[in-house]
Design a protein around this ligand. Sequence first.
Ligand code: UDP
Length: 253
Amino acid sequence: MRRRRIYEGKGKVLFEGPQPGTLVQYFKDDTSAFNNKKKGIITGKGVLNNRISEYLMVRLGEIGVPTHFVRRLNMREQLIREVEIIPIKVMVRNVAAGSIAKRLGLEEGSQLPRPIIEYNLKNDKLGDPMVSEEHITAFGWAGTQDLDDMVQMALRVNDFLSGLFLGVGLKLIDFKLEFGRLWEDEDMRIVVADEISPDTCRLWDVKTNDCLDKDRFRRDMGKVEEAYQEVARRLGVLPEVSAVEMKGPKLVQ
Ligand code: UDP
């Protein structure tokens, strides 16, 4: 059956879902960094991120954090609730790395005094500029109450995921969340959307400080596929399939 393609992003494709109000999220192996200037393929990444994101969203659902996730459909696809994406990327940081280290002259790996939240406007043309709460409410990207809900949820997700990852020997250095508005009759709820995976988190091994996330691709550190596999393995969600199966099936549309 041909499904209508709703949206194609850098790492995922969204298709019309089987029921109204649902979508199918397809995870690709394609990857990009530095505002699309660096592109590549990480073989099997789509399969692994589909599993990892499923696992983390289900765990979040269990502690009462609402998400868009419904269920996994197959190796590369999951069924999600259709939401209206809030055009703000919410970053939560525990340890200085990446852009904050550069911007503020902090040593990579130094503990931050407390979890720090930052916001980027989702806008490819502008390279996702950093914005403040003032900008977000003044331009109406999210209301004060929406933003308050997003911050509360982001901090709760941070506490929970920090503990979950620590349990498998990983430090959650920082991560990005996206939120969406879910409409149910007249009511609106804000839920966690998009994905949570080594593409959207920095994860360092507790003992060695080895990085097991997308920075391996960004910084040409090698062993990129292996890092995503290791995260899946530690979470207990590594699919038992051969490397050949991880490559397919090709997206036919
Ligand atoms: N991040 C993301 N998508 C983005 C920007 C950042 O998933 O568009 C994640 C990134 O992987 C890291 C965290 O958010 O875990 C903080 O990223 P940072 O601002 O340091 O940007 P980066 O150094 O990744 O450009």
